[in-house]
Design a protein. Sequence first.
Length: 289
Amino acid sequence: MNERTSFSVAGIPVVIGLLLLAIVAGSLIIHGATTPAMPMQPVAGMVVFALVAFLGKGLFQVQPNQGQLMQLFGKYAGTARIEGLRWTNPFYSRRPVSLRVRNFESGRLKVNDKNGNPIEIASVVVWQVVDTAEAVFCVDDYENFVHIQTESALRQMAQSYAYDTHDDGTPSLRSHGDEINNHLREQIEARLQKAGVQVIEARISHLAYAQEIAQAMLQRQQASAIVAARSRIVEGAVGMVAMALDQLRLQGVVELDEERKAAMVSNLLVVLCGDRSTQPVVNTGTLYG
């Protein structure tokens, strides 16, 4: 079931017409009461008043960013979105549906990430109704439906990624925010297609390890960071040592045998990879003494 436009006309001309009919009805009642020879005029005036009251039931207002969903004896008759005072079939029942942009923050969920680590995660979702017929008739309570499906998508998304990783090519919940948020929005939209709802934005608002493993995972993160940093330092140091040896050989500064090259490589790696300042030792003898 998709939304369609309902029958409605501008309300101001209808109001003017109803006021004129009310004046006519009042004059008929007054004239009939003062003229005994015309006893049917008061009855006609009451009929006109009843008609005015019945037609007046068809007047309604449409606020900005709101739709009035119409039903005729339970059957969907359409939705009016034109702002202002409108008039439609008095037999229509009407239900206002907000088309404004809304947002909500999900509760903090405790789930396991891709590596099986328990984490706490929450999200903020910005959404709005785009099809009033689907929102009202295809789901029982579209607001509650949005909340529940958002939590379901958030759980599935959190289980698809690790909380953190030191591999630059592997996305994680903590390091790849844009990719994670886009994935979350797509997951929520896929679940809300039949509810007439569009997801404008979805992003993670809270992310942390569960309390029972937070301290252990902090130590693990620190250890992993140290290992990753050391690996990068060693990689750079090896390149610098190789460059130094190549420059010495090309410029003919000094000729080193394999044993002296090994000693020089060892000394340079100690200087470049050490986490403390090194103390230089001045050799006052010969290179081989």
